[in-house]
Design a protein around this ligand. Structure first.
Ligand code: FAD
Length: 304
């Protein structure tokens, strides 16, 4: 998009709170990324289709960001409209919890718990939005969000606002159909079992706190190549814990977690990740593929 000033003036008439040249790094877990040409913070979920329609009809790239806990933007920023989803209404009715996709998963779980609903307690330590969680079928300790999704209101560029039920999403390990078809989650309804008093939130949080590195981190970088082969185990066995490129380093506590020690960049991270992938392939003939999502300046995926 070359005439960004012209576009800014146009979009500002419809969305007066749109901003120009906004740093992305503070919105992400690794604190990496340059400036977004245009930035809009969504408070009302109905704004998302309108923003996307505006972007499409003006040939403007756009990217929907949730909690930024799984996304790494380019050091050069993003040449388009960054839509930051902060729409977070949560409604509980009987055994169903319906949340706007920008609601933090932890808050959805807390709200469910207040209403004596459980099932997803083991996900309480997962940062990010429920929309981001559905997109990647986030999970921990044998529980995945997809196990509890009943139906989802989606925005589809061609069909408009539609509703789909669980089967549509083809949930499996850290993936859903959304990774293929660019549809946007607007609202999620979870159907939850009664709260099991043995599933204490504090225990889950304590367990995670002991096992997980702290600082500017974004969970597991690679997917586990199979159920019996953890990426962290392979990286550790390959002697790669502590390996670094610039300020990006493999955690000493967990081989699959990368830490931004200070001013790490996407470029450092890509180089480090490629090094880990190459070495694991060489030593174990096993292919590692990223769970974290790397985005270039124009919103395209970067392959590792
Ligand atoms: C400390 C830490 C620990 C973590 N531990 C785990 C873990 O145990 N298990 C696990 O699975 N993950 C874990 N993660 C990763 C992260 O929490 C999850 O991937 C989370 O679900 C990402 O949500 P988000 O809102 O931050 O997504 P973002 O990073 O904002 O977005 C991720 C992708 O989802 C897309 N997206 C976001 N919202 C929507 C929407 N409404 N509709 C369509 N697409 C959307 C984005 O466009 C992007 O492509 C961890 C992260 C951190 C920082």
């Amino acid at each position: 998009m070359s005439d960004i000033v012209g576009i800014y003036n146009k979009i500002k008439k419809i969305f007066p709170n749109v901003q120009q040249n906004v740093p992305i790094a503070p919105f992400t877990a690794y604190k990496i990324g340059g400036n977004a040409d245009l930035y809009y913070e969504v408070k009302n979920i109905d704004e998302i289709p309108k923003l996307i329609q505006f972007a499409e009809s003006n040939y403007l790239s756009y990217f929907l960001l949730g909690g930024g806990c799984n996304t790494i933007f380019s050091d050069k920023g993003f040449r388009g409209l960054l839509i930051h989803n902060k729409a977070d209404k949560i409604i509980v009715e009987g055994d169903r919890v319906t949340a706007d996709s920008g609601a933090m998963l932890g808050l959805v779980i807390a709200e469910a718990k207040k209403n004596n609903l459980g099932g997803i307690i083991k996900l309480v330590a997962l940062p990010g939005t429920i929309g981001g969680a559905v997109y990647g079928n986030a999970g921990a300790q044998g529980v995945e969000i997809g196990d509890f999704v009943e139906k989802v209101k989606l925005f589809d560029n061609k069909k408009g606002v539609i509703e789909e039920d669980n089967a549509y999403f083809q949930f499996s390990y850290r993936t859903s159909i959304l990774k293929q078809n660019a549809q946007i989650v607007l609202r999620v309804t979870l159907k939850l079992p009664p709260l099991d008093p043995r599933n204490a939130t504090a225990e889950v949080l304590q367990f995670r706190a002991q096992k997980q590195p702290k600082g500017k981190v974004a969970g597991s970088f690679f997917k586990n190549p199979s159920k019996d082969k953890a990426a962290g185990y392979l990286i550790d066995k390959a002697g790669l814990k502590g390996t670094s490129v610039g300020d990006m380093e493999v955690s000493q506590l967990h081989g699959n977690w990368l830490i931004n020690k200070g001013n790490g960049t996407q470029e450092d991270l890509v180089k480090l990740a490629r090094k880990l992938k190459e070495e694991v392939k060489k030593q174990f003939d096993t292919e590692l593929n990223p769970e974290n999502i790397l985005i270039d300046e124009y919103g395209n995926r970067i392959d590792i």
